[in-house]
Design a protein around this ligand. Structure first.
Ligand SMILES: [Zn+2]
Length: 368
């Protein structure tokens, strides 16, 4: 993208267009004057970009604003139905969804039924059946379709679109972009569950979207993990293994699914099996230890606990866990740290994938 250290003219134009589009998305309805006053672009550039966005149907003019004399300005806002996305959630509810630009579900398939350890080819056929079912209900214009997004289990290379390893599916190095290349060339996206849930919470909760340094802790039957968001961007690490706190080792006792012994996940699973499906306070201390270490490492200002194991804990136990984290974290009194629970986290996945695909198409990332 950079030539001799500079953005090409086309890339700069695209960056400026996305800058205006994101501003309208986040702050609309908004006038053209408000945009050029807030964004470091000339009035002429903003006028030209807005004209393009109107032509592309990505924004709409709505209502009439206050005027200090002269023609009354029209407000601009994102047209959420300008583009669509197919989203496949491998977790519950296991369906294909057709969503608009803000993640609103326009149509959904019946539940998808995959055989245990199904082959990638069988997986593709079942997903395509779900897509065909949606297309019998609504007309889908592929020129307005941003792509097909997958919420997948396992270690995910989101850049190349590869499921590196999934114990759940029994897959290693399955390239999803290639698998669906005949149907959705260059338009396949995937991300792991926790990251999508975290992005969904950012899109859904005002207190999180304003937060620049946020961590989601997923406490779920499928595993325990942390997802880290810095200034609206998911962190992935060198090997796409950021946040694997479920495999923090505490001792050499219980065998874990990863092959090691004494991982947090294995300790919690064993504890629940011994307590008729409930996690004991003793096991929560281990969980608090792993989470407080993650906070010490990343110094996040907000932590949200979510996942299907959270509702199995009553309010007193949830408070016990939060207090245990605060007790163990370094210098708790001097930190700007909020710890919350969100039992609705699962519903954030579709919203999160929609936000991820929007960002991939209209985001402000610059790759060198
Ligand atoms: Zn493990």
């Amino acid at each position: 993208m950079f030539k001799n250290g500079f953005l090409s003219h086309a890339d700069a134009a695209q960056y400026n267009r996305n800058l205006v589009l994101n501003y309208i998305k986040d702050y609309g309805p908004i006038s053209r004057t408000q945009i050029w006053e807030e964004i470091n672009l000339s009035r002429a550039s903003v006028t030209m970009i807005v004209r393009q966005l109107l032509e592309q149907d990505l924004v709409h003019e709505v209502g009439v604003g206050e005027s200090s004399g002269g023609r009354k300005p029209l407000f601009l806002q994102l047209n959420p139905n300008a583009r669509y996305t197919y989203i496949v959630d491998y977790w519950e509810p296991r369906k294909v969804f057709l969503t608009n630009l803000t993640g609103e579900i326009k149509c959904e398939s019946s539940p998808l039924v995959f055989k245990k350890y199904c082959s990638p080819e069988d997986f593709r056929e079942i997903v395509m059946q779900g897509i065909r079912e949606i297309e019998t209900k609504v007309e889908v214009d592929y020129s307005n379709l941003l792509g097909l997004g997958f919420c997948m289990p396992g270690t995910i290379d989101f850049r190349d679109g590869v499921v590196i390893h999934s114990v759940e599916l029994g897959w290693r190095n399955v390239n999803m972009k290639e698998l669906f290349s005949n149907h959705f060339p260059n338009r396949v996206y995937l991300e792991r569950t926790g990251n999508l849930m975290a992005l969904g919470l950012c899109a859904k909760r005002e207190d999180v979207s304003l937060c620049t340094h946020f961590m989601l802790i997923l406490f779920a039957t499928s595993g325990i993990g942390a997802s880290l968001i810095i200034r609206g961007n998911c962190q992935h690490g060198s090997n796409y293994m950021v946040g694997e706190i479920g495999h923090s080792k505490f001792d050499d006792s219980t065998l874990c699914s990863c092959g090691q012994k004494g991982c947090l996940e294995a300790i919690i699973k064993e504890n629940m099996a011994n307590n008729r499906g409930r996690v004991s306070e003793e096991a929560l201390i281990y969980l608090a230890r792993a989470i407080s270490s993650a906070i010490n490492l990343m110094d996040t200002s907000m932590v949200i606990l979510a996942g299907d194991l959270l509702p199995t804990m009553d309010q007193a136990k949830q408070t016990f866990l939060i207090d245990a984290i605060k007790e163990q974290v370094y210098s708790s009194k001097n930190r700007n740290l909020t710890i919350l629970t969100d039992g609705d986290g699962e519903n954030s996945i579709v919203l999160g994938m929609s936000a991820h695909i929007f960002k991939e198409n209209f985001g402000l990332q610059i790759s060198s």
